[in-house]
Design a protein around this ligand. Structure first.
Ligand code: NHR
Length: 201
């Protein structure tokens, strides 16, 4: 979130960040955004009787800003079908695995436990199916013999800061769209995600 907002503020991305919204009032991202002069808001699930009512209040809050794109960044609440169809084709998420491997949580740990030689991160359009929407780009990183969860997270996060702004730029400039459940880049459907092969950093 910070990296995207900073690039936008420097004029390196053709977007204006209309708001940063969290389900946690104490989220660090809200402080960061507020310090940059970006409007912030939060909405606690505890104040709602069930998931659908939280989702619909969140959708109404977001709609007030009339966003062309929703960018999930560390957002950890599963969103229901009513929410995802309302924002269909204009919601992106970044997920720390080489999808379709390791949907859900604790992806770095699972990759280490499986002994994978490579791990990575995917940017995908959000659909009702958790971490199951069309994948736009993936960055692959090596898993090294001495890796711990922390060192692997750091290596993957470095790539996150590169590919997420890149995809946001594609969407904002009209090069990337989601149509009929598929991601299209430069007028062609992406049969496979774009792959960035990262060396060790
Ligand atoms: N919602 C939908 N419908 N589709 C997606 O693709 C979504 C989504 C909501 C969030 C981010 C995702 C990730 O990339 C994301 C993608 C939360 C969980 C989860 O299990 C899983 C994946 C992701 C986000 N959340 C638990 C829940 O009950 C809470 C876990 C916790 O608080 O630690 O909501 O990581």
């Amino acid at each position: 979130m910070r990296v995207i907002a900073e690039r936008a503020a420097r004029g390196e991305l053709p977007i204006d960040v209309r708001a940063v919204i969290s389900d946690r009032a104490d989220a660090r991202g809200l402080e960061t955004a507020a310090s940059m002069g970006i409007p912030v808001a939060s909405l606690s699930p505890k104040d709602f009787p069930d998931r659908p009512s939280f989702d619909s209040a969140l959708a109404r809050l977001i709609d007030q800003y009339q966003p062309g794109l929703l960018i999930l960044a560390g957002f950890m609440r599963i969103l229901g079908g009513a929410f995802t169809s309302h924002f269909n084709g204009r919601t992106l998420n970044i997920h720390p695995s080489l999808l379709p491997k390791y949907r859900g949580l604790h992806t770095h740990r699972r990759a280490l436990e499986a002994g994978d030689a490579h791990h990575g991160v995917s940017v995908h359009f959000v659909t009702e199916e958790l971490d199951g929407g069309p994948v736009v780009i993936q960055a692959r990183v090596p898993v090294l013999p001495d890796d711990t969860e922390a060192t692997l997270i750091e290596r993957v996060q470095h790539q996150e800061h590169s590919i997420y702004p890149e995809v946001v730029g594609w969407f904002a400039s009209g090069r990337l769209v989601c149509r009929d459940g598929e991601a299209w880049l430069d007028g062609s459907p992406l049969k496979n995600p774009v792959i960035r092969e990262a060396s060790i950093t």
